[in-house]
Design a protein around this ligand. Structure first.
Ligand code: PMM
Length: 285
């Protein structure tokens, strides 16, 4: 397969929307909801109807503290869902850190490999992605979920994320991935506390200077719940942080993000259209 740009109607003018289907029993905000194969497939189609340009299918939770699943289990969770969605023309990405899962997913029709470890968890990943020609989301990551907060130490988070992503880019290019395949993601919440996440969002233009499209995954993350905490300090539950996600989406789109990864697709699809209309009007003045 050769490298294909993700050709989505309107994609050139607006930020894309990636809807999440976590085929897991334990993801942070939606664990267990789409664990059953048929329900996961149905949910994927529903996200497309709501306006998702891409459906991200994952079989391993990356929530803080999560334990890893076996490769066999991960394959069994994601491959049938990816096959069913891809067969109907849905642009699917696979959320995996394993090269073998990525390979099977692309064979099943996935066109994007979303590797939250940016190739660090499985050294085979860049070579495998290079051979498939799929788009490759390289996320900033410092280690597995069980102890990632101990790595949330930065003198200057934006500079360090930028440098570490740049090193990952050099490595994946050396393994045969092409520049056209690469999308970068600052990895909100991955080895980052709330303050780091806000700094990274404010620093998106500096990350964009690396010259690659940017994906932003803020949806329902804890730093939003912390921002909106009750006066007694109780964080807002993720189930009531979708409006805050929308605000991040609009601002990220305005800052030039290529794509936002979200759980609640409909309102976010509206938000990226609002941001695009605003930008178009600005370009005409
Ligand atoms: N976040 C999660 C999972 N996969 N992929 C990318 N590229 N970026 C992210 O920020 C990201 C991701 C964790 O979120 P979830 O468990 O709530 O889906």
């Amino acid at each position: 397969m050769t490298s294909v740009p993700i050709n989505v109607p309107g994609g050139a003018e607006r930020c894309l929307v990636m809807g999440v289907v976590n085929v897991t029993p334990d993801s942070f905000s939606d664990g267990g909801l789409w664990f059953d194969e048929a329900t996961a497939i149905q949910h994927g189609f529903e996200l497309v109807r709501e306006g998702a340009d891409i459906v991200d299918v994952g079989g391993e939770s990356t929530r803080p503290g999560a334990a890893r699943v076996s490769m066999e289990e991960e394959l069994a969770r994601v491959v049938p869902v990816i096959s069913a969605l891809s067969a109907e023309g849905v642009v699917v990405s696979v959320d995996t850190m394993r090269a073998e899962v990525a390979k099977a997913a692309v064979e099943a029709g996935a066109r994007i490999v979303n590797d939250v470890s940016g190739g660090l968890a499985d050294p085979e990943m860049p070579r495998v992605v290079a051979a498939t020609g799929a788009k490759y989301v390289v996320m900033h990551w410092r280690g597995h979920s069980h102890d990632m907060y101990s790595r949330a130490v930065y003198a200057d988070v934006v500079t360090e994320v930028r440098e570490e992503l740049s090193k990952r880019v050099d490595l994946v290019l050396a393994e045969g991935v092409t520049e056209e395949q690469i999308v970068l993601d600052p990895g909100l919440g991955f080895a980052k506390n709330a303050e780091h996440n806000w700094a990274v969002l404010a620093g998106l233009p500096r990350l964009a200077e690396l010259g690659f499209p940017l994906l932003v995954g803020a949806s329902r993350k804890r730093f939003l719940g912390r921002l909106l905490a009750d006066p007694d300090g109780t964080p807002r539950p993720f189930s009531r942080s979708d409006d805050a996600t929308l605000a991040v989406t609009a601002l990220a789109a305005q800052a030039g993000a290529w794509c936002v990864r979200v759980h609640e697709v409909g309102p976010n699809a509206d938000a990226v259209r609002v941001a695009a209309a605003w930008k178009r009007a600005g370009a005409g003045t």
